[in-house]
Design a protein around this ligand. Sequence first.
Ligand code: 3EB
Length: 323
Amino acid sequence: MNPVEPSALRVTYRHEAVTTLLDPPGTLAVFGFADAATATDPDDARYLRVVQSALDPAAPSECWLTDAMVSHGREGDLRWSRGGGWQFVAIEVDECGPDDIEAACTHAYDRLLAHVAASPEHHLLRIWNYLEAINAGAGDSERYRRFCDARARSMAAHGLTRFPAATAIGHRGPQRRLQVYALCGQHDGTALENPRQVSAWAYPRQYGPTAPSFARAMLLPRGGLAISGTAAVIGHASSHAGNVTAQAGEAIANLRALLERASLPPFDGSSPLKVYVRHPEDAEAVRGVLDRQLGPSVPRLLLQGDICRSELLVEIDGWRFAA
Ligand code: 3EB
């Protein structure tokens, strides 16, 4: 089978009704957030209500749009949509016992990776992981560290040798709910690392027995950059403990270093960013840093999110498309 030329993919934040956003035949996915005003969620495999709460009043929805015909469906607890060489795939799992994050992660990754491997769009480019109580548990029993362990084992079992770009963020929504969703492609991307940061998979032992399996960013097949969760990590160390303003500035410096590494122009209206803030009361301070450093043209969406190291207060992920 000859892979089709991938069509363009665009990600935007939109204020239209979810049903309006789902209407175009090229809509690959639409995301709402925990407390969005939508009365009822549409019964459409392309719609996912993310567990994180938006910190902006009247928050927009996130919309993934291609210029190809999109088809979609469900298989048990997994849903997918595909078109133009792209695939959106999502799975939601509840931990079956108290504190059984490993089993939930293993189930989610085994299902998702098996589905992806059997599809025309079998390159895993970008993945998001939202887990409850991410920082609960001491030392190596911390839930994030156990998640990293189960994720790495599932990826290895499925023969993945290169990691996608990723986000792993905690939520305070439904107890024990794990949400994992991904963007896959018929063509491979090119993973990028950040010259200011040690690659996550090479983190030293002090951060856990299994280093996190992700690339800092992924250059997409038709251009565009998918950027992983980026925090105030320099080298492998967290910086500016306790100072959310300085952490936000450092995260932006890391984002800029990635763009430079990719020879891409600075952030603008075509580079939507998602900003996870641990303490909702820090949202104003973070908005101030974003305004000063990025200006008003860069689309941004603030969510409550718990970052995987308890000293980190803010993390930013996003996209950089051509203008
Ligand atoms: C860091 O730089 C911050 O485990 O998938 C960022 C993005 C982080 C993805 C993941 C973790 C992950 O280590 C944390």
